[in-house]
Design a protein around this ligand. Structure first.
Ligand code: PSU
Ligand code: MN
Length: 305
């Protein structure tokens, strides 16, 4: 399978030097945010990781290759191409074999990161169990991937467009630990608290790395959710985001939005309904996660030595 991997010069050099590498997804660029903020966010997040002493590897599928680390023009391509496919586990062989342009979700980015030997991945929010999943069966493939693929995923929790309680139940069933950073509560993406607790509070990168290393040393395959709350100064007012989320969910139902379109529709509608303020919060929390993920990758690299 290594034949499918193509490393950027920066990531290839980092691998050769044994440096800490942090994976980044590309669906957040193509389907999660509008242009040009998406590309700017991607660049700035990469720079935060470099400034912290690690090396960023944004992942996407281009010309029949799994690209680990993207050039400036490749980031721009993903940020501007309306035909970039949202690629999850089931879509990977299609987009590779058909040589299409593919933006990787959390699930697909985890698969590619593991193939590339990268054990820390930073994103904004993971997918989860959608509200009404008891009739729609809409449960993100991200959760199954967390159950089987050994990559730590740093995120700001899950959005309240999802059923957060059921998402945590699902993760528990599949043995995926949910760690929180700096607080007991599991964060809800735009806000710091969801009303649910994470399983384990581990505040320092060294504690998080020791936990993750121990899990994998035990042979317990699968991911770890490292949930890092949005900084208080950047969080959205809970009442406002709750009301807007309800409205966006109702509109999605009324318009018959289903399948992989659901999450991008809700993200873009919430941005419109908040006059772009949700986008500013979204960007701030990804940057905050980049700092957390870079520190974690450096701490995990110490265990590898
Ligand atoms: N949640 C966000 N922003 C995102 C996504 C989720 O707050 O951009 C993206 C991620 O790529 C995630 C995907 O893996 O949506 C989940 O999509 P689905 O719910 O269709 O599995
Ligand atoms: Mn879905």
């Amino acid at each position: 399978m290594q034949q499918f991997l193509l490393y950027s010069p920066e990531v290839a050099a980092a691998r050769a030097a044994g440096k800490a590498i942090v994976a980044l997804e590309s669906t957040i660029i193509s389907h999660g945010m509008p242009y040009p903020q998406n590309v700017q966010m991607a660049r700035e997040v990469e720079q935060i990781i470099r400034d912290a002493g690690a090396v960023p590897a944004t992942i996407a599928i281009i010309d029949g290759k799994i690209c680990i680390g993207l050039s400036e023009p490749q980031l721009e391509l993903l940020g501007t191409s309306p035909d970039a496919m949202k690629v999850s586990r089931r879509d990977l062989p299609f987009v590779l074999a058909q040589r299409k342009l593919g933006a990787t979700t959390v699930a697909a980015t985890m698969i590619c990161a593991e193939l590339a030997g990268i054990s820390v991945f930073v994103t904004g929010g993971i997918g989860g169990v959608h509200r009404g999943a008891e009739t729609s069966f809409d449960i993100s493939a991200d959760l199954q991937e967390l159950a089987r693929t050994s990559v730590a995923v740093v995120c700001a929790g899950v959005k309240s467009i999802l059923d957060i309680g059921l998402t945590l139940e699902y993760l528990e069933t599949y043995g995926v630990p949910v760690v929180s950073v700096g607080q007991r509560g599991f964060p809800a993406f735009f806000t710091r608290e969801s009303g649910f607790n994470a399983d384990f509070q581990l505040d320092t990168p060294a504690q998080q790395a020791a936990f993750i290393h121990t899990k994998w040393q035990l042979g317990l395959k699968g991911g770890v959710v490292v949930s890092n709350p949005v900084p208080a100064s950047e969080a959205m007012p809970k009442a406002e985001i709750d009301a807007i989320t309800e409205q966006a969910l109702q509109e999605a139902g009324a318009q018959g939005i289903t399948g992989k379109q659901v999450t991008p529709f809700l993200l873009s509608r919430i941005k419109q309904l908040t006059d772009g303020r949700s986008l500013a919060t979204n960007i701030a929390l990804v940057k905050n996660n980049a700092r957390c993920g870079a520190a974690l990758a450096l701490a995990l690299a110490m265990h590898a030595q």
